[in-house]
Design a protein around this ligand. Sequence first.
Ligand code: AMP
Ligand code: ZN
Length: 502
Amino acid sequence: MQSELKLYNSPHKQKEVFKPLHDNFVGMYVCGPTVYKDVHLGNCRTFVSFDIIYRYLLYLGYRVRYVRNITDVGHLLDDGEDRVSQEAKVRNLEPMEIAQEITINFHDMMKTFNALPPSIEPRATGHIPEQIEMVQAIIDNGFAYEKNGSVYFDTVKFKEEKGIYGELSGRKIDDLIAESRDLKNQDEKKNPVDFAIWMKASDEHIMKWNSPWSVGFPGWHLECSAMSTKYLGEEFDIHGGGNDLKFPHHENEIAQNVGSCNCQGPKYWLHTNMLLLNGKKMSKSEGNTISPDELFTGLTADGEKVEHISKGYSPMVVRFFMLQSHYRSNMDLTDEALQAAEKGYNRLMEALNVLDELEHPGGGQAGSLDQELNDLISKVHEEMNDDFNTPKALARLFEIVPKINSLKGGQLSFNDLTPDTLQLLKQTFHDFIFDVFGLKREAVGGEEEEGVVNGIMQMLIELRQEARQRRDWATSDKIRDDLKDLGIELKDGKEGTAWTKS
Ligand code: AMP
Ligand code: ZN
């Protein structure tokens, strides 16, 4: 019997059987990037992890509505300035020019990592009315108050009346009050632990909107509550993000959801752990970020060698490297680990090529080999059902690799394997490698690249041959001439057409 999908629900600190609110339909919200600077590899780790979770849910047959937002307003720097606005000032551009540029780069990067696009990608600035409505609902319910045009969430009153706050991140409200030395507008708050859900804008503030309270802008946490509610409903299945968002971002999201509609919001909270660089969290403030492009080329934008990294690693090797850690574990980026990932990726792809070429001669008994392979195939599923354990699922595939090679080499016999099992093995490798893990075949060496070029040339030669047969000289000449421009010469002879590269 197939095991059930279990996932680790952060606030309950345990794995729970996944039961969607509506049969066969999953609503999943993931906090997206703040689009003021290009994503670094740590951000990519989180987005790739949720891509794998999304892909696995699709593989299980769920209809998934995956919402991942773009934060283009409201995420403030420590000095209270909006991150997007500040970057716009520095670069002398409109904030929306910054947001657009960084969003496009982010999409390109997600494509490079072969991450599927979300079903909906709402922008915070496109949902100001929804956020204003939510602020109003929270005020109406008595959990927020206005002061000098700004609106604050009354965290203390909320905790007293609803009995919750801090459970997700394990914080105690009294400790928070004690340690809270919030920087801006502290004097306007009833309590230092209260947080802004609407902020009155100063004259020099660029991004601002009319509201019942002031010309201002929404607090950062509000957008995710408003947009998840709009697209997934007041209660939905999964909310995800990096561990570092648990507090205050997600804690405040919960307070806003409950405070506005007395509804639970997400049923399951999933949090990814951090990507470290040689043991330290990769972050802009630590100044130890590596951009994905730097990792792919091994060079910085100035053409210098990237520190700690001996060479460039392809996007699929980096994706494979990410698969080798569980999403809830820290992941340390080191050159040795990347080299090992490169070997592992190549080995897996080579095994897949061998598997694809295996043909069952017919017959075959469902003996011990057959049983062993069926068990390993089930285990691949079980590992993924165990809170999306990609490193263990990969390890199960690697347990199968020697069997594949032995079947090819003749050390194992097809007599001990039914055609159905071989078919299931092929299906499982393809499903997991491509659909679930989201890996792609990459040209990994001279030989493979040569194979691809030969294949493409053969196809062009055949297309030209067909054109000639139809007396379509324009097409046949075009193929020959365009190839000539690329330095490739076609030579027609008795045996057919050959090609040479000058
Ligand atoms: P941000 O654009 O800063 O809001 O971050 C986008 C996402 O990347 C969030 O879910 C963060 O939790 C996540 N993130 C930031 N730094 C790291 C890191 N070093 N490793 C993994 N995820 C990270
Ligand atoms: Zn968010």
